[in-house]
Design a protein around this ligand. Structure first.
Ligand code: FAD
Length: 530
């Protein structure tokens, strides 16, 4: 087979790009360094008979057009929209249950505050309207600031019209909320600390920011563009994200892409300012005049390319692109489902969505505080799911798996090393869960601890950053990954980016991969050579 494009990495964005490029008549070759495709979106066995959502446990959600174009449901992907979707645990043993219906959620809020219950549907509406406007930006290539093309100006004009159509109240809110600290934003709406924290947590998920950090309002809005439900819909896939990325790989192959696993790219070769080949870890050289990298921007530019090939100013900007990882991931094999205080009824029904431990704004901020000084949070913020509830085959009969996203575990520690800290990390998580589900520890049969260091070394995430780079106002849209290069192109002729380090870069949406493929098809003439 002759390839005309090499794609580095087999994450969900790269697979999406491969699919659209193949559909566009190109012949992509995907090279993934791990033994499985999917990147952060895999389902792997971590103890005999137990399989979990290895890293990510909910799905973006994926952009709807991608689900349709790749015919993912026909390929066996069963998307689950859990109801209840989110259970926020309070410090005093109560729980606030968010369902898929705003009115039912308002009823659940009423015992905490009648005022908040009244305001909740109004907040849902405001978030949905601003989110809908911003959703239009997700599928667009950020325009050039210096010299926008005619089509970019046209797109900007259309966006401006939609912005005006939002009305005064919502357009003002949009401008004001972005730079705000999410703690201030939620306090303008609600008085219940638990509700404030449940809504605000999405704005700090996977970032090195706390709810009082300026600009977290923008991350809340970005989240709303992808999924407007306050606190998130917790959409997932039966069998975990690995089922999704296997189906994406199948769609890409069927469209004409070739995918190789166990194929690590060590170097991108450059000749006269244009890419010419990739070199694999085993020394194999694969010629390529078009290369699309799904690895993060720092790994791509600082790890794979001889620095002499790039302009020093550009290199400085890439070095300044921030990747401060703060997340650890733990998977537990359990004898049975835990009984969380405040949640009544059959746990298999009540635990369908996410369980959040982060009972107040101050709690979340304190968890963040520790990480500012290079320490893991003694009382961490946890986001928990039970993938085996949606697919019992992920655990032996009667048993379960539990997936825990733990924050904050700073990649850079003040003292010690992550390789020696597995035990203390697991102990902090166990202690925190035990506080909300007495007897939990006795249910644990096995556990897997994935520190930020492991995220970097095994999963290829520079700095252990789950989004390939901080989601912050100065690293979004026209500035992702850096000003002047937000259009998926790079200073090297023939080299493109398609991973989460490009716009919009927020979870498993596939938007970066699809947008990048569109730009490659526009820019790169069909050439053979790989
Ligand atoms: C712990 C954790 C929890 C998360 N939770 C959620 C969640 O619940 N919901 C959600 O929507 N998102 C979540 N995310 C974020 C989301 O999973 C990622 O942002 C998204 O999957 C990134 O997709 P990607 O295709 O851009 O990159 P990746 O998935 O990172 O894929 C990049 C691929 O490139 C490969 N690669 C890198 N370098 C090379 C090389 N030199 N040669 C060959 N291959 C290479 C890597 O092995 C990897 O497979 C989470 C992420 C993590 C880490």
């Amino acid at each position: 087979m002759t390839h005309d494009i090499v794609i580095i990495g087999g994450g969900h964005n790269a697979l999406t790009a491969a699919f659209y490029l193949a559909k566009g008549g190109r012949k992509p070759l995907v090279l993934e360094r791990r033994h499985v495709v999917g990147g952060c979106a895999t389902s792997e066995e971590f103890a005999p008979g137990y399989k979990s959502a290895t890293l990510a446990h909910t799905i973006g959600p994926l952009r709807p057009a991608i689900v349709t174009d790749m015919q993912l449901e026909r390929r066996g992907v069963r998307f689950v929209r859990p109801d209840p979707r989110l259970m926020a645990l309070s410090a005093d043993g109560r729980a606030l249950v968010f369902s898929t219906d705003a009115a039912r959620t308002a009823d659940a809020i009423r015992p905490f505050s009648a005022k908040d219950a009244t305001r909740f549907p109004e907040f849902c509406g405001a978030l949905a309207r601003t989110g809908e406007f911003l959703a239009g930006l997700l599928d667009m290539t950020p325009p050039s600031i210096d010299a926008p093309s005619k089509s970019e100006l046209w797109e900007l004009l259309k966006t401006g019209r939609k912005f005006r159509a939002l009305g005064k109240k919502e357009s003002f809110a949009l401008l004001r909320w972005g730079p705000m600290a999410v703690a201030d934003l939620v306090a303008e709406w609600f008085e219940t600390d638990l509700l404030q924290a449940a809504v605000a947590a999405r704005a700090i998920h996977g970032t090195a920011m706390g709810p009082w950090s300026a600009g977290t309002g923008a991350i809340l809005l970005l989240g709303a563009a992808i999924d407007p439900a306050p606190g998130g819909s917790s959409i997932t896939v039966a069998g975990g994200p690995g089922v999704l990325t296997r189906a994406m790989a199948e769609a890409a192959r069927e469209a004409g892409a070739e995918i190789r696993t166990g194929a690590e790219v060590r170097q991108i070769l450059v000749k006269d300012g244009a890419v010419s080949a990739v070199v694999l870890a085993d020394g194999t050289e694969i010629p390529a005049q078009t290369i699309v990298s799904g690895a993060d921007p720092r790994r791509t530019f600082l790890g794979l390319i001889d620095p002499v090939e790039l302009e020093p100013g550009f290199m400085t900007r890439i070095r300044n692109y921030r990747v401060p990882g703060t997340v650890a991931k733990l998977n537990f094999a359990l004898r049975g489902l835990p009984a969380f205080m405040g949640l009544t009824g059959d746990p298999a029904a009540t635990l369908q969505g996410r369980v959040q431990v982060g009972p107040g704004i101050d709690y979340l901020e304190r968890a963040f505080d520790a990480s500012k000084y290079g320490e893991m949070s003694p009382s961490p913020y946890l986001d928990i799911t039970f993938p085996s509830i949606h697919d019992p085959s992920m655990a032996p009969s009667g048993r379960h798996v539990m997936s825990v996203h733990m924050q904050y575990a700073p990649f850079r520690l003040r003292s010690g090393s992550w390789s020696a800290l597995d035990e203390s990390l697991a102990a902090a998580v166990l202690r925190t869960i035990e506080d909300h589900a007495p007897g939990f520890t006795a249910l644990v049969e096995h556990r897997q601890v994935i520190t930020p260091l492991v995220l970097e070394q095994e999963f290829g995430l520079t700095g252990g950053h789950i989004h390939h780079g901080e989601l912050a106002l100065d690293q979004l849209f026209t500035m992702r990954p850096t000003l002047g290069w937000a259009n998926y192109r790079t200073p090297l002729d023939g080299l493109f980016l398609c991973g989460s380090g490009t716009h919009p870069g927020h979870g498993i949406t596939g938007a970066s991969g699809r947008n990048a493929a569109r730009e490659v098809l526009k820019a790169a003439p069909r050439r053979t050579g790989a």
